[in-house]
Design a protein around this ligand. Structure first.
Ligand code: AMP
Ligand code: TRP
Length: 330
């Protein structure tokens, strides 16, 4: 069975973008692949997080993974810091990454061009840690949203470089990007990605949003004054985004949805998308509440960490041996 690995960085509450672009796909794949998913808590602290809030977000993320349909018996679910090999291989990967490569990473470039002050060294070397996350597990595929593709591509370069220098060590992974929903846009500004770090809350739906609030966000989503329901991503990005959300959640094609609502007002289409979103959220939230009450999270994580460590520790030992970091005692 081929292995698949992915992670989510819960710097805030998980969003509909996370669900459509990433989580939902993990669930789809768990029957056909050996699935490893983790909570990327080390990645969270590249920027300051309030400790209480962070702790809550981590717990919620695990509960939401399961509530969205990940089965802890099938998938290995764990917290990044519970497996020490991540930080250690992350450092080793940083020693095999060139500054030029990190300077080219758009996530970092965007932030520094915006003139953000006090950017941390952790944020800069984040892609090295992400490469370690993936390479520790010999993952064949990495299902992610569009924004993470560049990081997986760097991981491939680093794996190949290491293999060339030290001999065959790492499996070279491939990014897996869904056809529909790989980049869900903000409802209040469809030129931006729907993101938990958005300043105003209006453009982002959180998986734990009150259903009424979620519906309101969809109904007041920014569209355009063209007034025709069609697929024109460039001139009607808000409308396109709504149709994409509707398609991703109902499994119907975007064209099919356009056909149904052609010639009608945007309000009708928004109502359809709001129904699809609220149905999905209601199901997720019901399961989320059961999981929080059942107190199974601790057990899932300790089980997951044991399974993950068994794989990761072996890879790290092998890497250290290849590099010459170990002293052999006779
Ligand atoms: P993050 O929240 O940045 O840790 O992202 C976790 C996963 O969700 C990654 O695979 C992202 O690519 C994906 N993701 C985040 N935001 C979106 C979005 N607006 N649309 C689609 N995928 C997303
Ligand atoms: N960087 C990813 C994000 O922000 C999260 C992540 C960390 C990840 N390590 C990973 C995703 C390894 C896939 C594989 O979304």
């Amino acid at each position: 069975m081929k292995r698949m690995l992915s992670g989510i960085k819960p710097t805030g509450q998980l969003t509909l973008g996370n669900y459509i672009g990433a989580l939902r796909n993990f669930v789809k794949y768990q029957d056909d692949y050996e699935m490893i998913v983790f909570i990327a808590n080390l990645h969270c602290i590249t920027e300051y997080q309030d400790p209480e809030e962070l702790r809550r977000n981590l717990t919620d993320a695990v509960a939401l993974y399961i509530a969205c349909g990940l089965d802890p018996k099938k998938a290995t679910i764990f917290l990044q810091t519970d497996v020490h090999a991540h930080a250690e291989l992350g450092y080793i990967m940083a020693c095999n990454t060139y500054l030029g490569e990190l300077n080219r990473m758009t996530q970092f470039k965007d932030k520094s061009q915006k003139g953000e002050k006090n950017m941390t060294a952790g944020l800069y070397t984040y892609p090295c840690l992400m490469a370690a996350d993936i390479l520790l597990y010999d993952a064949n595929y990495v299902p992610v949203g569009e924004d993470q593709k560049q990081h997986v591509e760097l991981t491939r370069d680093l794996a190949q470089r290491f293999n060339n220098k030290y001999g065959d060590t790492f499996v070279v992974p491939e990014p897996l990007i869904a056809q529909v929903g790989a980049r869900i846009m903000s409802l209040s500004d469809p030129s931006k990605k729907m993101s938990k770090s958005e300043e105003s809350n209006k453009g982002c739906i959180y998986l734990l949003d009150d259903l009424k609030a979620a519906r309101k966000k969809i109904m007041s989503a920014v569209t355009d004054s063209i007034g025709i329901i069609q697929l024109d991503k460039e001139n009607q990005p808000g409308l396109y985004n709504l149709i994409e959300i509707g398609s991703a959640l109902t499994g119907r094609s975007m064209e099919d949805i356009v056909k149904e609502f052609e010639g009608q007002g945007y309000g009708k289409l928004k109502g359809f998308v709001a129904d699809a979103v609220c149905d999905e959220l209601a199901m997720i939230q019901e399961r989320y509440n059961q999981i929080i009450e059942s107190r199974q999270i601790e057990e899932v994580l300790s089980d997951g960490a044991a399974r993950a460590s068994a794989i990761a520790d072996k890879t790290l030992e092998n890497v250290k041996k290849k590099i010459g970091l170990e002293i052999k005692y006779q």
